[in-house]
Design a protein around this ligand. Structure first.
Ligand SMILES: Nc1nc2c(c(=O)[nH]1)N[C@H]1C(S)=C(S)[C@@H](COP(=O)(O)OP(=O)(O)OC[C@H]3O[C@@H](n4cnc5c(N)ncnc54)[C@H](O)[C@@H]3O)O[C@H]1N2
Ligand code: MOO
Length: 405
């Protein structure tokens, strides 16, 4: 089980052991960014009846085929208060945007093209086809399936669900991801640091990514470098779906995360991945829980969260784009490599990737300039400026970025 597996094989095993989503029902007002669990069907038609698209007069088209028609105004139809009687030949109804078309009318003359003489409206122009009428169900009809399961709810989807007369929506319950740091050297941000101590910085970045991917981060704190300390942190967090231990993943005497989780009943699915950075990344499971072990090196932790936690949380393929290299790259070694890179646009609109000069796995600073990770397959030859590479987007590019080195 200690085999070094490829990134593709790791993805296959993650997919095989993905947690089945559970459903909860929440208010539309709280549903931004959530993932629909069931199809949403329209409870009403929109618009519910034919309505006017403009302020003006609802008329019979046949009455205004000649310029200068004089029609008797027999009532009003503002939005929300339909005019109930049928409209006959030679008659018109004053109507406002969103008002229902009265029975018998099939055309709107906008008010700018009319003159008013007491209860008579004079339509100055001639018309040969119906205008400014929105038919019933133009947007959607009652019973239409509007949204399918798996849809992420953004502005358009939320407006649509509300318009279809849904106050609540069935969504996937957020997976609770428990971030567990480990290391006697770690202290919370803001601490007075003694010699040898460093800041526990990885959870801050990982929690942000978990939220971006629709999960709920839970800070399980810092466990000391003993199996018992790690085991009690695991046992003390019973409502976690995915444990995310960070650090203690490698082969040193203080790398105790795997044995601690094994002692708590987690069975290994993979133990190492041929990826750079992040070779010690590991994944284990019980019947209802998963644990993705990330290396403690900050760049390894963030990159491997993108590569392996993201698909576990979103169930979606990684967001790949093609870009041209802004600078040459050396040949790659035997591990698949993901290089932090700025993503920018040339004046001509070509997407460019510029790998950070230093790819050391301890560095955090390159992430503030990097919107992408250039993917280099095992043994890939050196590449020249302008050649096309695959990049995983790790955040929306700021297209004004010009350089990432
Ligand atoms: N003899 C070998 N040594 C190492 C190997 C190997 O194969 N053989 N692998 C190296 C690789 S690759 C990586 S990556 C690291 C992984 O190390 P661990 O996951 O065991 O991480 P730690 O040793 O706990 O920490 C590494 C580094 O990161 C710092 N760290 C840890 N946690 C945090 C945190 N929450 N916030 C900020 N910084 C953190 C820690 O202080 C260390 O400096 O192992 C190599 N070694
Ligand atoms: O995998 Mo480690 O991340 O190479 O430093």
């Amino acid at each position: 089980m200690s085999d070094l597996i490829s990134v593709d094989e790791a993805h296959r095993r993650l997919g095989e052991h993905a947690l089945l989503p559970q459903t909860e029902t929440i208010s539309v007002a709280d549903a931004q960014g959530r993932v629909l669990a069931e199809a949403i069907t329209a409870r009403v038609s929109r618009p519910p009846a034919a309505v006017s698209a403009m302020d003006g007069y609802a008329v019979r088209l046949d009455d205004v085929r000649e310029a200068g028609a004089r029609l008797a105004v027999i009532g009003e139809a503002p939005a929300g208060a339909p005019f109930e009687r049928p409209v006959g030949t030679g008659q018109a109804v004053r109507i406002f945007t969103g008002g229902e078309m009265p029975a018998g009318t099939n055309h709107i003359v906008i008010q700018e093209d009319t003159d008013r003489d007491g209860d008579t409206v004079i339509c100055r122009d001639a018309y040969d086809h119906s205008e400014f009428v929105r038919p019933a169900g133009l947007d959607f009809a009652a019973g239409d399936t509007l949204l399918t399961p798996g849809t992420r709810l953004c502005a358009g989807e939320l407006a649509l669900a509300a318009a279809a007369n849904h106050a609540t929506l069935p969504v996937q319950r957020k997976l609770r991801v428990g971030i567990l740091a480990n290391g006697n050297e770690l202290k919370p941000p803001g601490s007075d640091l003694a010699p040898g101590e460093i800041v526990n910085s990885n959870p801050a970045g990982l929690a942000a990514l978990i939220r971006d991917w629709g999960g709920e981060p839970v800070d399980l704190g810092i466990a000391a470098d003993t199996i018992d300390a790690i085991r009690s942190a695991i046992a003390g967090a019973p409502d976690i779906d995915i444990f995310l231990p960070v650090g203690g993943a490698s082969v040193g005497d203080h790398d105790l995360m795997r044995p601690a989780f094994a002692a708590e009943g987690f069975e290994p699915v993979f133990e190492k991945v041929a990826v750079r950075p992040g070779k010690p990344t590991w994944f284990s499971r019980t019947a209802s829980k998963r644990v993705l072990g990330l290396p403690g090196n900050p760049a390894s932790a963030l990159v491997c969260a993108h590569l392996f936690l993201q698909p576990l949380l979103t169930g979606a393929p990684l967001p790949l784009v093609k870009a041209r290299l802004a600078a040459p790259l050396p040949a790659n070694g035997p591990r698949e490599q993901y290089m932090r890179a700025a993503i920018s646009l040339t004046d001509g609109g070509v997407v460019m990737a510029h790998a950070a000069a230093n790819q050391d796995s301890s560095l955090i600073t390159p992430f503030i300039r990097s919107a992408g990770l250039i993917r280099r397959l095992p043994g890939a030859p050196g590449m020249e400026t302008g050649q096309v590479v695959d990049c995983i987007l790790i955040r929306a590019p700021r297209w004004t970025d010009q350089d990432g080195s």
